[in-house]
Design a protein around this ligand. Structure first.
Ligand code: CMC
Length: 393
């Protein structure tokens, strides 16, 4: 056009400067503030990663204690929120409930809405990291008809989340450390991924100065789609549909057929064209969880491994550089942890909240920040004169 570039899907447009996350898609590299994702996932924990994403450095022991104290102080949600939940149908998708309930935080925490105040921005950030697990667990409990379970601040972030989801008032809930570690790792692996669709949505919504809780709700809405966060749910549904190894070739053929919209869910990535470093760690975590639960012979795992093997050796997938992404193995792991498929994307949203909020904060604090306003190529009718309804043929 001469004035601007036409770039559908923003494949070659940088919308911002960022110091948070670096991806080299050709080399399969993912760094948060310079630290490789595998080191964070294997040696760190989720709240430490949250601190790193928000503040730019790993915390000292004292800073971490202080941060954990502040996050745990905010884990409860306003009691009135529970009434909000009962307005939903019980068979509502928990992501629909999350869009509503996280958006509704903007109606409860008015003091966090002064985004010009750095202290209030940090309070809003901590509130969101602290409260999304609570809201997610409430969405699950409401869905299955069990009473809400209050957060327990003596537990780690991942342990508390499992507790809020799976504890019931009538018997003690014993937390399995292997499963809690896996949950924590899933949270770390999903914590941030630079300018993906949902993060760009949060930045775009936030660029107008909108309420931060409402911006995160916009991110959750975007994440829900099967091409993005909804892929973990879609991947498990696909593996269930395939069912047995002998049916894999049929689905591979469908994925390759140009006239069939079917895609292998959990395969392919806009940026990773070598492998997704998160998928490797996820696969290992998946094996650890299935071992721990004695589910090594899970037929879904067998189908997943065989499918991965066949696809990685198929010229179509090789040529198009399609590799398993993080969602391929996260579904089987989450199912083994006890979550229904409808909760998978909700868990992704819980983990990604810190990425969204760190990116939102970075944007607000960027002196070059302007309202996001993409241009378009207009291909509609040229100017024409209005015709009264009686004269329209
Ligand atoms: N199965 C079969 N063919 C595929 C797949 C797949 N999963 N993914 C891409 N292709 C083909 C596609 O048909 C196209 O072929 P052609 O060039 O002949 O038209 C080519 O590969 C490039 O695909 P694209 O859709 O132009 O690539 P994209 O960068 O726009 O899309 C993607 C990336 C992740 C949306 C896509 O690979 C996909 O739909 N994957 C399945 C869904 C999925 O697993 N999403 C999770 C992404 S990772 C987690 C997250 O970000 O939330």
């Amino acid at each position: 056009t001469g004035l601007f570039t036409y770039d559908p899907g923003f494949t070659s447009t940088a919308s911002c400067e960022s110091k948070i996350t670096y991806i080299d898609g050709d080399e399969g590299v993912l760094l948060h503030r310079g630290y490789p994702i595998d080191q964070l996932a294997e040696r760190g924990d989720f709240l430490e990663t949250c601190y790193l994403l928000l503040y730019g450095e790993l915390p000292t022991a004292h800073e971490l204690t202080d941060f954990v104290y502040h996050v745990t102080r905010h884990t409860m949600v306003h009691e009135q929120m529970s009434r909000f939940y009962t307005g939903f149908r019980r068979d509502a998708h928990p992501m629909a409930v999350m869009v509503g309930s996280v958006g509704a935080l903007s109606a409860f925490y008015h003091d966090s809405t002064d985004i010009s105040d750095p202290h209030q921005r940090m309070v809003a950030s901590i509130r969101m990291i602290a409260k999304t697990p609570t809201l997610a667990a409430m969405a699950y409990k409401y869905h299955i008809g069990q009473p809400f379970v209050y957060p327990r601040n003596d537990l780690s972030y991942a342990e508390n989340f499992l507790h809020m989801c799976f504890a019931v008032p009538c018997e003690p809930y014993v937390i399995n450390p292997v499963l809690a570690k896996a949950m924590d790792r899933i949270f770390i692996l999903h914590a941030d991924h630079e300018q993906n669709a949902s993060t760009s949505t949060v930045r775009l919504a936030g660029s107008s100065g909108a309420n931060p809780f409402a911006c995160i709700a916009a991110g959750i809405a975007c994440l829900w789609g099967p091409a993005h966060g909804g892929a973990n749910e879609a991947a498990l549904n696909m593996l269930t549909e395939i069912g047995t190894k002998d049916r894999i070739p049929e689905f591979i053929a469908r994925a390759k057929d140009k006239n069939d919209p079917f895609r292998l869910m959990g395969f392919g990535h806009r940026v990773y064209k070598n492998y997704d470093p998160r998928a490797k760690i996820m696969q290992q975590t998946c094996h650890e969880v299935l071992d721990e639960l004695g589910l090594k012979d899970d037929p879904l795992l067998e189908v997943a491994m065989e499918l991965e093997h066949i696809a990685l050796n198929d010229p179509y997938f090789i040529e198009k550089k399609l590799y398993p992404n993080v969602d391929f193995y996260s579904g089987i792991t989450l199912k083994a942890l006890g979550f229904p498929t409808t909760m998978f994307t909700v868990l992704f949203a819980v983990a990604r909240t810190v990425g969204w909020i760190a990116q939102w904060k970075e944007m607000i604090e960027d002196p070059h920040q302007r309202i996001g306003r993409p241009r378009q190529l207009y291909t509609g009718a040229p100017q024409r004169d209005y015709v009264g309804v009686a004269e329209r043929g």
